[in-house]
Design a protein around this ligand. Structure first.
Ligand code: NI
Length: 134
């Protein structure tokens, strides 16, 4: 099997906040990520597709097509958006890196042009990274 990755970037704002909790508990658990006016990140996402290279093209997946799917299904919905307010696939979820990675997976699964979706790896910062494999 061969693993093919497309890396993309988006910028977005969020606030980590559980509406079921008191302000004090939110502050205790989420700290500065609970800032009421939100804060931003420059996210990077790596989408990995696995499969065997097609004997005619040599491709597991045509990266031009994969790029388009990631753009249409994910980036167009999250780039320069508020992840708490603007993103239908995150509605009702706390927009942690974990939930964003799962949401991106759910947007992409079934839309991969060829091969199979293997993982979605989300870099919220250079040091904070989440990977979802379904
Ligand atoms: Ni944050």
């Amino acid at each position: 099997m061969v693993y093919v990755t497309r890396k993309e970037h988006f910028s977005a704002a969020h606030r980590l906040y559980n509406p079921e909790w008191s302000d004090e508990k939110n502050q205790e658990v989420f700290g500065k990520c609970n800032n009421p006016a939100g804060h931003g990140h420059n996210y990077y996402v790596e989408v990995t597709v696995v499969g065997e290279p097609d004997p005619e093209t040599g491709y597991v997946v045509d990266l031009k097509l994969l790029k388009r799917v990631i753009h249409d299904e994910v980036l167009s919905k999250v780039d320069h958006k508020n992840l708490n307010e603007d993103v239908s696939f995150l509605r009702g979820k706390i927009p942690t890196a974990e939930n964003i990675a799962v949401g991106i997976w759910e947007q992409l699964i079934g839309k991969i042009p060829s091969g199979s979706l293997h993982s979605v790896k989300l870099y919220e910062t250079e040091k904070n990274i989440v990977e979802y494999r379904g």
